[in-house]
Design a protein around this ligand. Sequence first.
Ligand SMILES: NC(=O)c1ccc[n+]([C@@H]2O[C@H](COP(=O)([O-])OP(=O)(O)OC[C@H]3O[C@@H](n4cnc5c(N)ncnc54)[C@H](O)[C@@H]3O)[C@@H](O)[C@H]2O)c1
Length: 473
Amino acid sequence: MKNRTVTITISALIMLFAIVVSGCKKSCDNGKNYQIKDNVIVFDEPQRIEGQTSMLGFAAEPIEKVRIGFIGVGMRGYDAVYRMTFIDGVEVVALCDLVQEKVEQVQKEILEAKGLPRAAEYIGEMAYQQLCERDDIDLVYICTNWQTHVPMAVYAMQHGKHVAVEVPAATTIEECWQLVDVSEQTHKHCMMLENCCYDFFEMTALNMAKQGLFGEVIHAEGAYIHNLEPYWHEYQNNWRLEFNQKYGGDVYATHGLGPICQVLDIHRGDRMEYLVSMTTPSYNGKKIAKEMMGTEEFANGDMTTTMIQTAKGKTILIEHDVYTYRPYNRLYQLTGTEGFANKYPIEGFTLMDKNLPEGFLAEGQHLNVHGFVPKDVRDKVMEEYLHPIAKEIEDKAKEVGGHGGMDFIMDYRLIYCLQNGLPLDEDVYDAAEWSCIGDLTRASIENHGMPVKMPDFTRGDWNKVDGYKHAMK
Ligand SMILES: NC(=O)c1ccc[n+]([C@@H]2O[C@H](COP(=O)([O-])OP(=O)(O)OC[C@H]3O[C@@H](n4cnc5c(N)ncnc54)[C@H](O)[C@@H]3O)[C@@H](O)[C@H]2O)c1
């Protein structure tokens, strides 16, 4: 009898073990925090903890003089400091980097050259913490390698600072939730610096979309297609190639996705619900990694293609290719029920006569809905519908520069909104939604293109704001 009980207990334990193992097979096997339910990959979504409140539409108290601490003054950070010195009411208080010479270069070539005071210096891997602990900084501006963004942003917010962080803001779903949660806990802004939302064509097309020139926008395409061969050697300690060597998926989706999400009112009336992703093997990436890192392994496929469907059924195509030999391309394409916009490789629109203001077209002129509008109409459209923000700051933006001026418009808007106590153009939910693509596409690719449910970082509030708008005083 005793023996039988022991046998039954052992069998029960084995069964229980089998159930537990099969139940969490995918999540446990590869250490991922997702499960597969009805052939859909579903990531865990943490509950909002007590005392934490939504940051949708959040506006902080106006800050007359915005005092900035920069972390990371490599290629991107150097330019950011430079641009900020052209904005009134900004003070560069502190600079932090791993490399003393880079900080010195900014002090000499930018601050001293413009007759501005030298900034405080912080050198070393953890020195950013001292910068964040200062009590005379309002905004921490982060331009470091991807994996350091979230620890730095979190530390800054927890020490009472607003945060602006380069793209992508985060590299995993857990990190995306961390940004959202800490921003909701501290009530500090966390803006991802998605500069492509501020390019002239994108801003014009956004303005046109909001005025109904394309009818209902039902499909959009975006990409980051940029052969990085000339640049791989430039990143500090080879961080970028090392990341791509380790991780598959669309690891740099935000440039293509950001401007499209603004047109589609993502978490302002619609939300991205599912994605599927596929990738090619690595050919050129592997070759570069062999040359630079002496490894035969390379996780990131040369060309990664992702389709996203929104709650309203709209579709988005996103591509990533930083390896092959092709012209630079961010796609930026909008397909509407009554019109079309296309930025790369040819800037153009397809429009209907009826959607243009009276007298816009020349006497007797009619548009062909099977082709692009003629050049004279396109030029007139670009002038007439240039976004009011871009119009206001166009000359200065082109003079200061930064990808043709869009980087300056981004910084100008960030400071304008902080100075006037307005919600920022890109909130923490945008940062999470646009950055989570890397992890989600990896999961889809690992499972032969299986659909992945996209997390709702607003936790149910995605339909509460009526359309995307820039805040104005
Ligand atoms: N929006 C855009 O158009 C655009 C363009 C290029 C790069 N970026 C983004 O900007 C960021 C930086 O890229 P980059 O091209 O300037 O790379 P980079 O390697 O030139 O610069 C990164 C800098 O961060 C510093 N750094 C790293 N760890 C640090 C730490 N713990 N404390 C302080 N400093 C630290 C490095 O020393 C280096 O100077 C990345 O997130 C990248 O994706 C955005």
